[in-house]
Design a protein around this ligand. Structure first.
Ligand SMILES: O=C[C@H](O)COP(=O)(O)O
Length: 334
């Protein structure tokens, strides 16, 4: 008991010291040039992409694991209460009962990790889940998603309103202007204020890596986001032209690992944007297992942000169970 308390205190002290150090010296002095070794990162990403994925029942098990880590997302201008309602029903039962039954998984409570919507749709999602007697988490994007180009007070208020409507997870976007102009201390201060506005809600910080220019910026932004209190760091909004890529993920998960080694504090990782196939979901799980270890292979520390991934995972599970591929229309999608 004493050891645990000592360890917790030690971690807290480390975080405080790091934060103080960060606010005084900031990232440029903390991570001098040349920064990230691009060649090594690209090579490692290539190795991960070349990995053979598991087959047969092992593949089915990994795919079910991937399902439980999905933030099932709809972020469209034409979202309505009814498509959010369908999304929620799909999140509660992401794989048809008869398929789970055949795998003897029907009583294991397989759901996605959360649903993810725009702030204006949070109340709809909360209502649908409540009506279905589900305690599934509702995540809301916020802070002027996707560009983050609204005044700070507006962005903070958006977080508060989403939390008041029942969101228990908030996906904030960082201010890329601050990152691109090297204003790391100002970025830290904004993210810290978002953290405060989140209250008890979990905060995932979207770096929008496709707009950060360099791996070194991605590493610095990851670190600043974690030091400012993020529960997760997330690659992308899904709206940039480049979204979740394996090289950039290597940089982010290594920042997570460095932060963990330094503080003992585990921060989660969420690749998002353009993840569409079951095969990709298996590669993401492999990357996490190899870079961060099994501890991270759970919804508490790993999420896949995706609007169109589940259909392909369902098809692969259908194939595993029946030996045939289902047409897309045979598997009802959110
Ligand atoms: O946060 C999640 C992303 O917006 C999802 O992106 P996607 O629509 O490309 O799957």
């Amino acid at each position: 008991m004493l050891t645990v308390r000592w360890f917790n205190n030690y971690c807290n002290i480390c975080i405080i010291i790091l934060s103080l150090f960060l606010t005084t010296h900031f990232v440029s002095s903390l991570f001098p040039a040349p920064g990230v070794n691009t060649h090594a990162v690209l090579k490692r990403a290539q190795t991960i992409q070349g990995h053979k994925t598991p087959k047969k029942q092992w593949q089915a098990a990994w795919l079910l694991k991937a399902v439980t880590c999905i933030d099932l997302t709809t972020l469209a201008g034409d979202d309505t209460p009814s498509n959010v309602h369908r999304l929620c029903l799909k999140a509660i039962q992401p794989v048809p009962y008869h398929l789970l039954n055949k795998m003897d998984m029907h009583d294991q409570g397989v759901t996605t990790a959360a649903v993810c919507v725009y702030p204006s749709r949070v109340a709809d999602a909360v209502k649908s889940l409540k009506a279905a007697n589900s305690s599934l988490a509702v995540a809301s994007v916020a802070t002027g998603f996707p560009a983050g180009q609204t005044p700070l007070e507006t962005r903070l208020q958006e977080v508060r309103l989403a939390v008041a409507d029942g969101a228990t997870e908030i996906d904030i976007v960082i201010n890329r202007t601050l990152a691109l102009t090297g204003q790391w201390e100002a970025m830290y201060e904004e993210v810290r204020q978002f953290r405060e506005a989140c209250g008890d809600a979990h905060m995932k910080t979207i770096l929008a890596v496709g707009e950060l220019g360099t791996f070194t910026n991605v590493y610095k932004a990851s670190l600043v986001a974690m030091m400012a209190g993020s529960d997760f760091i997330k690659t992308s909004t899904g709206k940039e032209s480049v979204n979740a890529t394996y090289p950039v993920a290597i940089v982010m998960v290594r920042a997570i690992r460095d932060y963990f080694l330094c503080t003992g504090h585990k921060v989660g990782f969420k690749p998002a944007g353009g993840i569409r196939t079951a095969h990709e979901s298996l590669l993401w799980l492999t990357l996490i297992k190899e870079e961060l270890g099994n501890d991270w292979l759970c919804p508490l520390l790993f999420r896949l942000g995706a609007s169109s991934l589940l259909a392909d995972i369902e098809r692969q599970i259908y194939h595993h169970v029946t030996g045939q591929y289902a047409a897309y229309h045979e598997l009802p999608m959110a």
